[in-house]
Design a binder for this molecule. Structure first.
Ligand code: CIR
Length: 257
């Protein structure tokens, strides 16, 4: 099903106060806002109607709206983000989600789930068990998805220091094709999938996003870009430097449905 809509929220002026594990410097709030606008326009050009929520300085990480919900063609689940400073982001977005999904389900405590750990791959979902998504949350989400007729498998990434979320290291590009970084490539979960390799030092680019007939890709990763072009994908290359400084990728900046 093509995406027709997306929810986005621009970074607030205190975006730099959010969480990060990388050492790439302090993000420039004005540049982050400009990059966010470029991202929004790209989604609009791909035919998506955007709901632009107001910036929310109560939560410096709230521009990463993807972490607050899992939306599929068959329903929506409000998550319970795993970082204490982000837990309130779910309640903040709930009224907007209820407009489209009155039967919104939720991950109850003690479960935690960040949407960045959830990778839709057609009728299958990979759910990362991570520093943010615990086993209770992942299991509960898997049961919700299975009740909707999907299959789900859990991928334990707690021992992988390279990535925050599962989707920091994998992306689905249609059919059986999965972008997979090297440190996840041997995981048995991906055995029956056709992998696209990510060149060394370009791992950040693995978080690309299939949006209808195009793939959003972060700017500055020529090896990976070339790999996708060679395979015939239509690319939309977007500047992401300020979000990268805060551990955020392209997928985190929107909820697409
Ligand atoms: C965080 O640590 O929660 C944010 N600074 C980054 C979240 C990125 N979200 C995502 O990959 N889905």
């Amino acid at each position: 099903m093509p995406f027709t809509r997306a929810i986005v929220r621009p970074p607030a002026a205190n975006f730099a106060d959010g969480l990060t594990t990388v050492d790439l410097g302090v993000p420039d709030a004005a540049l982050a806002l400009a990059q966010h606008e470029t991202y929004c326009r790209a989604l609009e050009r791909l035919g998506l109607a955007l709901t632009r929520l107001p910036a929310d300085p109560r939560f410096p990480d709230s521009t990463f709206v993807e972490d607050t919900a899992v939306i599929t063609a068959r329903g929506a689940v409000l998550t319970r983000p795993g970082a204490p400073s982000r837990e309130g982001e779910a309640a903040a977005i709930e009224p907007e989600l209820r407009k489209t999904y009155p039967a919104l389900r939720r991950i109850p405590p003690p479960g935690t789930v960040d949407g960045g750990d959830v990778c839709e791959a057609g009728d299958h979902f990979f759910i990362g068990v991570s520093r943010r998504t615990n086993e209770e949350g992942a299991g509960r989400l898997a049961r919700f998805l299975e009740a909707d007729g999907y299959t789900a498998s859990l991928v334990d990434i707690r021992g992988n220091d390279e990535i925050l979320h599962l989707k920091s290291g994998i992306a689905w590009l249609g059919k059986k094709t999965l972008v997979v970084i090297d440190s996840l490539a041997s995981d048995p979960s991906f055995r029956d999938w056709d992998p696209i390799h990510v060149p060394k030092r370009e791992e950040y680019a693995a978080n690309c996003v299939l949006v209808n007939d195009a793939v959003l890709v972060a700017e500055g990763f020529p090896g990976f870009e070339n790999e996708l072009r060679t395979r015939g994908y239509r690319l939309v290359v977007l500047p992401q430097s300020e979000f990268q400084k805060m551990d955020g990728g392209l997928s985190c900046l929107s909820l697409r449905f």
